[in-house]
Ligand binder design. Structure first.
Ligand code: SF4
Length: 404
């Protein structure tokens, strides 16, 4: 927490869009929160259409980015571009703060409320300029009736700013605040957990990959016993055990080999399923995989990888997953690929997004991608979930996590 707010990588921050009419006082409100008198300026003030980002350390939560957006009542050609940019920022936001000026809640604000609600974006309302006449009773009644969190503030006088900060923190969904679970709730102290780690061409030389190391560390932290075996040695390793393991966790790529080796009474899952839960929302990923059953000839499927790496001959994303999807569905699919921070805006054209395990993305960033897909009505799943689905073992590997 001692580090400079602006130096914290952007992906670690919650994104808060400040949204409202042009004259509602959005910029002054951000300045009042951040304790600065200077107006927020962008490199091309007045000409840029993108929302302007303002990093801030919102204690006790941590680093956030406020997006100062254009007014949704902006006019003209440039205004239209700005409104488009505001909508884009909204889709990427963790929450929205709708700012009202002296006129209070009018039709424009109610339209914004409908829009954020339709996209399931958590939001609250800041009634700004309250020194100019106070919060109208009908507006407070509306919020109470609609169960909307609100505060009365005056950016100009610095009134209500602490209450506003507290309300913002309360509006941020709990899943973005709490420590995520990896595997520690799936076994007890003293249990044995088996990890199946294939050492093939795609395995990095001389080391394990991050998800494997993280799970192993958690096993040790919880005073359990970790047994690590290659897929070809798994049967022997299981046969040598005097008590059954509490859990077997395998790399998804060998699930079809591993599943028959592990008796049905031993819980079996994959690193991908664990990371789907750890990084975001396993339920969304599992639900997204149902779209594989609905694929039709010519459908577009996006394969998204969160980092760039040299593609191997039988690359998982480039070759294996497209092959398994086509074999399973029996359809001719048009696959597209994206890498690194590049996540397309025209997601709607895809029948399905299949994301990598996202070991290079932090949880907030992955949840943001998930939510963006959900808000745009595009199913999303991840490599491991898609593989288990196409190999007919999905139901079995999600069972240990209580998913159906
Ligand atoms: S971020 Fe994705 S593509 Fe990159 S190494 Fe991790 S799982 Fe693989």
């Amino acid at each position: 927490m001692g580090e400079n707010a602006a130096a914290t990588p952007r992906a670690l921050r919650n994104i808060i869009s400040i949204i409202g009419r042009r004259n509602a006082g959005k910029s002054s409100l951000i300045n009042a929160i951040c304790g600065q008198d200077v107006a927020i300026v962008s490199a091309q003030a007045g000409t840029t259409t993108d929302a302007v980002a303002k990093p801030y350390e919102l204690l006790p939560l941590g680093p956030v980015t406020f997006y100062d957006t254009a007014g949704l009542d902006d006019e003209g050609e440039l205004g239209e571009l700005r409104i488009k940019a505001t909508r884009k920022a909204l889709l990427r936001s963790d929450i929205a703060v709708i700012v009202c000026g002296e006129e209070g809640l009018g039709e424009p604000e109610k339209k914004i409320i409908d829009e954020v609600r339709s996209k399931s974006i958590p939001f609250m309302i800041a009634f700004n300029k309250c020194d100019a006449g106070g919060l109208k009773k009908e507006d407070a009644d509306f919020c109470d009736k609609e169960n909307i969190r609100y505060v009365a503030v005056s950016a100009a006088r610095g009134q209500g700013i602490d209450e506003l900060k507290a309300a913002i923190i309360e509006t941020i969904p709990e899943e973005l605040k709490k420590d995520p679970l990896l595997a520690g709730d799936l076994f007890n102290e003293g249990d044995t957990v088996v990890m199946v780690v294939p050492i093939d061409l795609s395995a990095p030389k001389g080391r394990l990959i991050l998800p494997q190391v993280q799970v192993l560390r958690e096993i040790l932290d919880r005073n359990a016993v970790g047994v690590v075996a290659k897929d070809r040695d798994l049967s022997a390793a299981l046969a040598n055990m005097q008590t059954k393991p509490a859990l077997v966790i395998t790399d998804s790529q060998v699930i079809m080999k591993v599943a028959p080796m592990v008796s049905e009474d031993i819980p079996l899952t994959t690193f991908s399923i664990l990371f789907a839960r750890y990084k975001g929302d396993a339920e969304i990923m599992v639900k997204g995989a149902e779209a594989i059953d609905r694929l039709a000839d010519g459908d577009k499927v996006l394969i998204a990888e969160a980092c760039s790496h040299h593609a191997l001959e039988d690359d998982i994303g480039k070759v294996k997953i497209p092959r398994w999807i086509e074999q399973y569905s029996g359809k001719k699919i048009e696959f597209s690929f994206c890498h690194g921070g590049d996540f397309p805006e025209d997601l709607e054209k895809y029948a399905l997004v299949i994301h990598c395990g996202a070991c290079m993305l932090n949880r907030v960033e992955m949840i943001r991608r998930l939510r963006e897909c959900v808000r745009r009505g595009v199913p999303i799943t991840n490599y491991g979930v898609a593989i288990s689905k196409t190999q007919g073992v999905l139901e079995r590997v999600i069972r240990p996590l209580g998913l159906k």
